[in-house]
Ligand binder design. Sequence first.
Ligand code: AMP
Length: 574
Amino acid sequence: MEYAALVDVYRRLDATASNNEKTAILAGTFADADADHLPLLVTLVRGSVFAAWEPDELGVSSSLATDAVVRATGVDADRVAAWEEASGDLGNAAARAAENATQQTLFSTPLDVRSVVETFRETAGYEGAGSQGRRVDAVANLLSRADPEEARYVVRTTLGHLRVGVGEGTVRDAIALAFLTDLDPTDPDSVSDLPDGAVASVERAHQVTNDFRVVATTARDAGETGLADLDVELFRPVGAMLARKADSLAAGVDAVAPAGSALLEHKYDGARVQVHKRGEEVRVFTRRLADVTAQFPDLVAAVREGVSADACILDGEAVGVDPDTGRPVPFQEFSRRIKREHDVRELVEAIPVALYCFDCLVVDGESLLDAPLDERLARLDAVLDPVPGDIERAAHVRPGGEADAEAFYREAVDAGHEGVMLKNLEATYQPGRRVGTMMKVKPTMETLDLVVPRAQRSSGRRSDYLGRLFLACYDAEADAFREVGRLSTGYTDEELEALTARLEPLVEGREGPILDVRPEVVLEIEYEEIQASTEYDSGFALRFPRFLRVREDLAPTDADTLDRVTDRYESQSA
Ligand code: AMP
């Protein structure tokens, strides 16, 4: 398949704001693709050549991509930078540079989809001295064979940001439409007729595999039955099951398990980890599916010592411990362990880790996803030989009544934990889903996880820093971010400095004093109230937002959604 044909799909996607039309464009493309191209297309339409769980990244920053554009077109760097600033996108600048190219390749074969994917995948594997230069060469080589439209999308794919408004849900629906129904995949009206069951089976298969390549191919070759047979595999992380917030302990207990079979656990303030073990081999993945095994040799050792199963997947929270007091350290402190990939020994001693296990997804080759929590925990207990302070079951209780539950909650908070989790013991494990059978209760003001799409410098003493930040929630339907307010308080000087350093490389353009920032950084924000407002494009404004912390563990699309903000707003006035 020629790359130009894929570019044509991108242009059609870009030309419509209608989600149904986008779905039909994708479904038609998937239905027409041959067996070799289908797995390539399902990731390319979201600007990636990897499945969600794969550890690789292209490793090409926007300044390296600019070098590649300059190298391929002969247009000088200042002009490329000016075009980028004017249009807010290096892809657009690359298209202009290609139009104005001063050097033409003498002969060139048209780009094809497969070789573009192969080049990107190879590039991701470059390591060591000279790897940056080799990456620039590889991208420049593609660009020198690209026409302006192709150049636009090669660069956007290089940066992992395609700007055609295709979210995971759109790809999911398109796979269902293309392969699980008799509806005309190219007709946008078909999308409204998509059976819920077809969508749900693609969704589940994706949460279990985190790989649309496997999902699309299976849907095509083996339909819904084939999708249902897809299961967890060791060393391929599964989407973590997520909790909803409860407004109070009593309301949460009622909501989670109306029939009275609730389990309460400490809510630890650390990092969600999924531990995969086979024999002596142990891998640790974060909630964002990143492999952090190298950062946690102590956790790996604890799993080898405390887990007797030969093969299993455990779900739990890794918490940093103060070696002097034995109390949990604040998450900010612990997050240093997640970031430090090399020379970890010193930090292992300064901030030892404890793993609190609270679920078990596989034991000795048997998937437990469809078993009730009760049974999964029994299996966990059977394979876990706790090493206190290193690896343990999460502290838990089955409260006899409200007073029991209250006492446990107070004890959790007094011990320095965030609050408690409430769980329905009959619930199955729903990978990647935020479920009503698991709820969290914390004794704080309301919080939201929000993305920073624009920023401005502070005034006065802090004018070197980006301290006035716009906050946005995620509009999952449109795959876009909608602003809900502006933040200017809550950070210490050190936090502000670190945040500025994190945001500055993401600046993509400016309008007067306001900088456009690539929406990547997620902040946890405390606020007093949500008001209706015409000032922001979400239709809402937060009253008194305060910075709590950076959520490096969340992807921008994990931010709280516009639906949730709307719900919170409505429940306030209820
Ligand atoms: P939040 O990140 O505020 O949405 O809260 C949910 C997170 O709490 C989970 O993703 C886990 O990382 C963490 N957590 C801490 N303790 C537990 C527990 N006992 N059960 C489940 N999740 C827990």
